[in-house]
Design a protein around this ligand. Structure first.
Ligand SMILES: [Zn+2]
Length: 308
């Protein structure tokens, strides 16, 4: 029995990390604190994930790569491509984060709606980390649920400003998954993968332009695929003030985007699991504030669509 929106978080997500690093590692804790202060998160609706088991990770990732990531024996080039300094704490947080997205998806299947306070590591490949993503929580979750029969058709809606290239490659040709990626064409990665549906957006696109495209593409994907579960990567690097993204969404645009995806799926009776995705600013508190639009939108929809 859960009377409020299930939220998934672990204290290990943010750990001591170089302040001058581009990746805002503090944002997970700041988001947790913000949602607690707003009264959206309490001990009654907080779910703590376990580390994702190795046999579940092995459905998606190469065992040799997994072993080298966990033991800190990646090559210099591999570490540079990942873009995060290796430490035991990085491994711990990464394994729990993947476990957290899987738990969020399971809570969504059970209760109709659930959100993670992390996740969306969509650049990780089968045998390599990339772009601050060591392991691909979206692909691991999709494969785990398909393998166990918990879901048969999963739609991944990737609204991060960067293309979900790792997810697209890891799940290519899998009839149980449809990958929809809305991204800025000029943002990383330079060499794009092929998702089930890719929508490369022009630099500078604003709220109205973005929301119009998203509404059409989401509708089309739902009609074509009839998913039993939607995984939403609600990256906030589409924001105008983001340090990396080239799109121009406002705070109101972020809120409208998250409400649009959640409400459209929920109206069709499709459970949704929301994860953070990217967001970049010298001040991690600003990033946490942008991410909170997802949890606010989901909390507002919970009384109508959530299943206690
Ligand atoms: Zn991103």
């Amino acid at each position: 029995m859960t009377t409020r929106l299930p939220l998934v978080y672990h204290d290990c997500y943010s750990f001591p990390f170089p302040d001058n690093h581009r990746f805002p590692m503090a944002k997970f804790r700041l988001l947790h604190d913000l949602l607690r202060a707003e009264g959206l998160l309490g001990d009654d609706n907080l779910h703590r994930p376990d580390a994702c088991p190795g046999e579940v990770l092995a459905l998606t990732h190469c065992p040799d790569y997994l072993q080298r990531f966990v033991t800190g024996t990646l090559t210099f080039q591999e570490g540079r491509r990942l873009g995060l300094p290796w430490s035991p704490a990085l491994v711990t947080r990464t394994l729990h984060e993947v476990g957290g997205t899987l738990l969020t998806a399971r809570l969504a299947l059970r209760h109709g709606l659930a959100c993670h306070l992390a996740g969306g590591t969509h650049h990780a490949h089968r045998d390599a980390g990339s772009g601050f993503c060591a392991l691909n929580d979206l692909a691991v979750t999709a494969r785990a649920l398909l393998a166990s029969g918990e879901a048969r058709r999963i739609l991944i809606v990737d609204c991060d400003v960067h293309q979900g290239d790792g997810t697209a490659r890891l799940l290519a040709g899998n009839p149980g998954v449809f990958t929809l990626s809305l991204h800025c064409e000029k943002n990383f990665p330079a060499r794009k993968a092929v998702s089930s549906r890719d929508v490369g957006l022009p630099n500078g696109l604003d709220d109205d332009g973005y929301l119009a495209v998203l509404a059409v593409e989401l509708d089309e994907a739902l009609k074509r695929f009839h998913p039993e579960l939607v995984l939403l990567d609600a990256g906030v690097d589409v924001h105008a003030d983001d340090g990396l993204g080239y799109l121009m969404l406002s705070d109101a645009g972020l809120a409208a985007r998250d409400h649009l995806v959640l409400s459209r799926c929920l109206q069709d009776g499709i459970p949704v699991a929301g994860v953070l995705g990217g967001g970049y600013d010298r001040d991690p508190a600003k990033v946490a504030h942008r991410h909170a639009f997802l949890h606010r939108a989901a909390s507002a929809l919970w009384p109508r669509y959530g299943r206690p």
